[in-house]
Design a protein around this ligand. Structure first.
Ligand SMILES: Nc1ncnc2c1ncn2[C@@H]1O[C@H](COP(=O)(O)OP(=O)(O)OP(=O)(O)O)[C@@H](O)[C@H]1O
Length: 246
Protein backbone atom coordinates (compact mmCIF):
# COMPACT_ATOMS: atom_id res chain seq x y z
CA UNK A 1 0.00 0.00 0.00
CA UNK A 2 1.37 3.42 -0.86
CA UNK A 3 1.70 6.04 1.85
CA UNK A 4 2.87 8.95 -0.31
CA UNK A 5 2.36 9.50 -4.05
CA UNK A 6 3.70 12.43 -6.04
CA UNK A 7 2.38 12.66 -9.58
CA UNK A 8 3.96 15.33 -11.81
CA UNK A 9 4.30 17.71 -8.89
CA UNK A 10 5.58 21.26 -9.43
CA UNK A 11 6.35 23.68 -6.64
CA UNK A 12 7.13 27.40 -6.94
CA UNK A 13 8.19 30.03 -4.44
CA UNK A 14 6.86 33.09 -6.28
CA UNK A 15 8.61 32.86 -9.65
CA UNK A 16 11.25 30.43 -8.40
CA UNK A 17 10.66 26.90 -9.64
CA UNK A 18 11.65 24.79 -6.62
CA UNK A 19 10.38 21.31 -7.58
CA UNK A 20 10.29 20.04 -11.17
CA UNK A 21 8.00 17.22 -12.22
CA UNK A 22 8.32 15.10 -9.10
CA UNK A 23 7.06 11.53 -9.49
CA UNK A 24 7.55 9.36 -6.47
CA UNK A 25 5.67 6.61 -4.67
CA UNK A 26 6.61 5.59 -1.15
CA UNK A 27 5.03 2.46 0.29
CA UNK A 28 3.85 2.11 3.86
CA UNK A 29 6.73 0.94 6.06
CA UNK A 30 9.52 2.11 3.77
CA UNK A 31 12.48 4.13 5.05
CA UNK A 32 13.52 6.55 2.34
CA UNK A 33 16.54 8.82 2.61
CA UNK A 34 16.69 12.01 0.58
CA UNK A 35 20.11 13.40 -0.22
CA UNK A 36 21.56 16.06 -2.48
CA UNK A 37 23.45 19.34 -2.49
CA UNK A 38 22.33 22.37 -0.54
CA UNK A 39 19.36 24.09 -2.16
CA UNK A 40 18.34 21.06 -4.21
CA UNK A 41 14.78 21.01 -2.85
CA UNK A 42 14.95 18.22 -0.26
CA UNK A 43 13.33 20.21 2.55
CA UNK A 44 10.80 21.64 0.14
CA UNK A 45 9.83 18.16 -0.99
CA UNK A 46 9.27 16.75 2.48
CA UNK A 47 7.48 19.91 3.64
CA UNK A 48 4.91 19.43 0.88
CA UNK A 49 4.00 16.02 2.35
CA UNK A 50 2.37 17.50 5.45
CA UNK A 51 1.17 20.63 3.70
CA UNK A 52 3.74 23.04 5.15
CA UNK A 53 4.41 23.98 1.54
CA UNK A 54 1.72 23.99 -1.13
CA UNK A 55 2.25 22.55 -4.58
CA UNK A 56 1.18 24.40 -7.70
CA UNK A 57 0.62 21.59 -10.20
CA UNK A 58 0.27 17.85 -10.10
CA UNK A 59 -1.18 15.54 -7.55
CA UNK A 60 0.09 14.66 -4.09
CA UNK A 61 -1.67 11.86 -2.25
CA UNK A 62 -0.77 11.22 1.37
CA UNK A 63 -2.36 8.39 3.32
CA UNK A 64 -5.05 8.17 0.64
CA UNK A 65 -5.93 11.87 0.72
CA UNK A 66 -5.34 14.32 -2.13
CA UNK A 67 -3.52 17.36 -0.72
CA UNK A 68 -4.45 19.58 -3.65
CA UNK A 69 -8.15 19.08 -2.94
CA UNK A 70 -9.36 22.03 -0.86
CA UNK A 71 -11.79 19.69 0.92
CA UNK A 72 -8.93 17.61 2.32
CA UNK A 73 -8.74 17.87 6.09
CA UNK A 74 -5.16 18.96 6.77
CA UNK A 75 -5.56 18.25 10.47
CA UNK A 76 -6.19 14.62 9.64
CA UNK A 77 -3.04 14.56 7.50
CA UNK A 78 -0.99 16.10 10.30
CA UNK A 79 -2.31 13.57 12.82
CA UNK A 80 -0.91 10.81 10.66
CA UNK A 81 2.23 12.52 9.42
CA UNK A 82 4.66 13.75 12.07
CA UNK A 83 7.70 15.92 11.48
CA UNK A 84 11.03 16.29 13.22
CA UNK A 85 12.88 19.50 12.37
CA UNK A 86 16.50 20.59 12.58
CA UNK A 87 15.58 22.82 15.54
CA UNK A 88 13.53 20.93 18.07
CA UNK A 89 11.55 23.86 19.56
CA UNK A 90 10.42 22.29 22.81
CA UNK A 91 8.24 24.45 25.06
CA UNK A 92 10.80 25.92 27.45
CA UNK A 93 8.36 26.46 30.30
CA UNK A 94 6.93 22.93 30.29
CA UNK A 95 8.47 19.72 31.59
CA UNK A 96 9.70 17.05 29.21
CA UNK A 97 6.66 14.91 30.02
CA UNK A 98 4.29 17.83 29.39
CA UNK A 99 6.00 18.55 26.08
CA UNK A 100 5.31 14.99 24.94
CA UNK A 101 1.73 14.93 26.27
CA UNK A 102 0.63 18.27 24.81
CA UNK A 103 -0.26 17.45 21.19
CA UNK A 104 -2.07 14.14 21.93
CA UNK A 105 -4.13 15.95 24.57
CA UNK A 106 -5.10 18.87 22.34
CA UNK A 107 -5.30 17.20 18.95
CA UNK A 108 -6.34 13.63 19.77
CA UNK A 109 -8.20 14.30 23.05
CA UNK A 110 -6.48 11.26 24.48
CA UNK A 111 -7.46 10.76 28.12
CA UNK A 112 -4.86 11.81 30.68
CA UNK A 113 -3.96 8.36 32.04
CA UNK A 114 -3.54 6.87 28.59
CA UNK A 115 -1.72 10.00 27.40
CA UNK A 116 0.80 9.75 30.23
CA UNK A 117 1.28 6.04 29.64
CA UNK A 118 1.97 6.55 25.93
CA UNK A 119 4.26 9.54 26.64
CA UNK A 120 6.32 7.50 29.10
CA UNK A 121 6.51 4.61 26.62
CA UNK A 122 7.82 6.97 23.94
CA UNK A 123 10.29 8.60 26.31
CA UNK A 124 11.47 5.10 27.15
CA UNK A 125 11.81 4.35 23.44
CA UNK A 126 14.21 7.27 23.03
CA UNK A 127 16.05 6.28 26.22
CA UNK A 128 15.01 9.31 28.26
CA UNK A 129 12.16 8.18 30.52
CA UNK A 130 14.20 9.23 33.56
CA UNK A 131 14.26 12.83 32.28
CA UNK A 132 10.46 13.19 32.25
CA UNK A 133 10.20 15.67 35.18
CA UNK A 134 13.01 17.94 33.93
CA UNK A 135 12.77 21.16 31.96
CA UNK A 136 14.13 21.29 28.37
CA UNK A 137 16.98 23.65 29.35
CA UNK A 138 18.36 20.95 31.65
CA UNK A 139 18.94 18.64 28.67
CA UNK A 140 21.62 18.61 25.99
CA UNK A 141 20.74 19.43 22.37
CA UNK A 142 20.90 15.75 21.44
CA UNK A 143 18.60 14.81 24.30
CA UNK A 144 16.19 17.59 23.33
CA UNK A 145 16.08 16.26 19.79
CA UNK A 146 15.29 12.77 21.12
CA UNK A 147 12.46 14.34 23.14
CA UNK A 148 11.21 15.99 19.94
CA UNK A 149 11.20 12.54 18.33
CA UNK A 150 9.29 11.08 21.32
CA UNK A 151 6.84 13.96 20.99
CA UNK A 152 6.20 13.03 17.35
CA UNK A 153 5.95 9.32 18.17
CA UNK A 154 3.38 10.01 20.91
CA UNK A 155 0.91 10.99 18.18
CA UNK A 156 1.34 7.44 16.81
CA UNK A 157 1.75 8.69 13.26
CA UNK A 158 1.79 6.42 10.24
CA UNK A 159 4.57 8.45 8.70
CA UNK A 160 7.43 10.49 10.12
CA UNK A 161 9.30 13.17 8.19
CA UNK A 162 12.78 14.10 9.35
CA UNK A 163 14.33 17.33 8.06
CA UNK A 164 18.06 17.20 8.84
CA UNK A 165 17.43 16.26 12.47
CA UNK A 166 21.11 16.06 13.40
CA UNK A 167 22.57 19.00 11.52
CA UNK A 168 22.16 21.50 14.39
CA UNK A 169 23.77 19.16 16.93
CA UNK A 170 27.27 18.96 18.34
CA UNK A 171 29.08 16.00 16.76
CA UNK A 172 29.19 13.92 19.94
CA UNK A 173 25.39 13.98 20.19
CA UNK A 174 24.62 12.91 16.66
CA UNK A 175 24.97 9.16 17.19
CA UNK A 176 22.43 9.01 20.02
CA UNK A 177 19.83 10.66 17.81
CA UNK A 178 20.70 8.47 14.82
CA UNK A 179 20.40 5.36 17.01
CA UNK A 180 16.87 6.36 17.99
CA UNK A 181 16.04 6.94 14.33
CA UNK A 182 17.44 3.51 13.47
CA UNK A 183 15.02 1.81 15.86
CA UNK A 184 12.17 3.76 14.27
CA UNK A 185 13.31 2.73 10.81
CA UNK A 186 13.23 -0.93 11.86
CA UNK A 187 9.57 -0.56 12.86
CA UNK A 188 7.92 -1.65 9.63
CA UNK A 189 4.58 -0.12 10.57
CA UNK A 190 6.06 3.36 10.20
CA UNK A 191 6.97 5.10 6.96
CA UNK A 192 10.00 7.38 7.29
CA UNK A 193 11.19 10.04 4.87
CA UNK A 194 14.51 11.43 6.02
CA UNK A 195 16.62 14.34 4.74
CA UNK A 196 20.13 13.83 6.01
CA UNK A 197 23.79 14.28 5.19
CA UNK A 198 24.70 11.28 7.38
CA UNK A 199 25.75 8.78 4.74
CA UNK A 200 26.71 6.02 7.20
CA UNK A 201 23.24 6.21 8.66
CA UNK A 202 21.62 6.22 5.21
CA UNK A 203 23.66 3.19 4.23
CA UNK A 204 22.55 1.32 7.33
CA UNK A 205 18.84 2.06 7.49
CA UNK A 206 17.49 3.19 4.14
CA UNK A 207 15.39 0.97 1.93
CA UNK A 208 15.75 3.55 -0.79
CA UNK A 209 17.98 6.51 -1.52
CA UNK A 210 16.71 9.46 -3.54
CA UNK A 211 19.19 11.94 -4.93
CA UNK A 212 17.97 15.43 -5.79
CA UNK A 213 19.62 18.36 -7.54
CA UNK A 214 18.10 21.61 -8.80
CA UNK A 215 14.61 20.62 -7.66
CA UNK A 216 14.63 17.35 -9.58
CA UNK A 217 14.87 13.72 -8.57
CA UNK A 218 17.89 12.48 -10.51
CA UNK A 219 18.25 9.07 -8.90
CA UNK A 220 15.91 6.75 -7.00
CA UNK A 221 17.67 3.55 -6.04
CA UNK A 222 17.77 0.78 -3.52
CA UNK A 223 20.47 1.52 -0.97
CA UNK A 224 22.49 -1.42 -2.33
CA UNK A 225 22.52 0.00 -5.84
CA UNK A 226 23.25 3.52 -4.62
CA UNK A 227 26.08 2.76 -2.25
CA UNK A 228 27.52 -0.55 -3.39
CA UNK A 229 26.73 -0.42 -7.08
CA UNK A 230 26.90 2.89 -8.87
CA UNK A 231 24.25 5.53 -9.29
CA UNK A 232 23.45 5.90 -13.00
CA UNK A 233 23.33 9.66 -12.78
CA UNK A 234 26.66 11.46 -13.19
CA UNK A 235 25.84 14.19 -10.64
CA UNK A 236 24.77 11.59 -8.08
CA UNK A 237 28.09 9.76 -8.62
CA UNK A 238 30.04 13.00 -8.17
CA UNK A 239 28.06 13.92 -5.06
CA UNK A 240 28.60 10.52 -3.55
CA UNK A 241 32.34 10.43 -4.18
CA UNK A 242 32.71 13.95 -2.77
CA UNK A 243 30.69 13.25 0.36
CA UNK A 244 32.31 9.87 0.99
CA UNK A 245 35.83 11.25 0.77
CA UNK A 246 35.13 13.97 3.37
N1 LIG B 1 10.34 30.16 1.52
C1 LIG B 1 11.10 30.23 0.43
N2 LIG B 1 11.02 31.25 -0.42
C2 LIG B 1 11.77 31.32 -1.53
N3 LIG B 1 12.68 30.39 -1.88
C3 LIG B 1 12.82 29.34 -1.06
C4 LIG B 1 12.05 29.20 0.13
N4 LIG B 1 12.42 28.05 0.75
C5 LIG B 1 13.38 27.50 -0.03
N5 LIG B 1 13.61 28.26 -1.11
C6 LIG B 1 14.58 27.98 -2.19
O1 LIG B 1 14.22 26.73 -2.76
C7 LIG B 1 15.40 25.99 -3.06
C8 LIG B 1 15.33 24.65 -2.36
O2 LIG B 1 15.45 24.87 -0.95
P1 LIG B 1 15.39 23.66 0.07
O3 LIG B 1 15.51 24.24 1.44
O4 LIG B 1 14.23 22.81 -0.22
O5 LIG B 1 16.73 22.89 -0.30
P2 LIG B 1 17.50 21.75 0.47
O6 LIG B 1 17.92 20.75 -0.55
O7 LIG B 1 16.67 21.26 1.61
O8 LIG B 1 18.77 22.54 1.01
P3 LIG B 1 19.66 22.37 2.37
O9 LIG B 1 20.37 21.04 2.27
O10 LIG B 1 20.60 23.54 2.29
O11 LIG B 1 18.69 22.48 3.51
C9 LIG B 1 16.58 26.84 -2.65
O12 LIG B 1 17.08 27.51 -3.79
C10 LIG B 1 15.99 27.83 -1.67
O13 LIG B 1 16.69 29.04 -1.69
Amino acid sequence: MSMIEFHNVEKYYGDFHALHNINLTIDAGETVVLIGPSGSGKSTLIRTVNGLEQIRHGQLIVNGQDLANPKTDMNRIRKNVGMVFQHFNLYANKTILENVMLAPRIVLHRNEDENKKVAMEMLDRVGLADQAPKMPSQLSGGQQQRIAIARSLAMKPKCLLFDEPTSALDPEMIDDVLNVMKTIARDSSMTSLIVTHEMGFAREVANRVIFMADGRILEDDSKEKFFDGEPSNERARQFLSKILTH
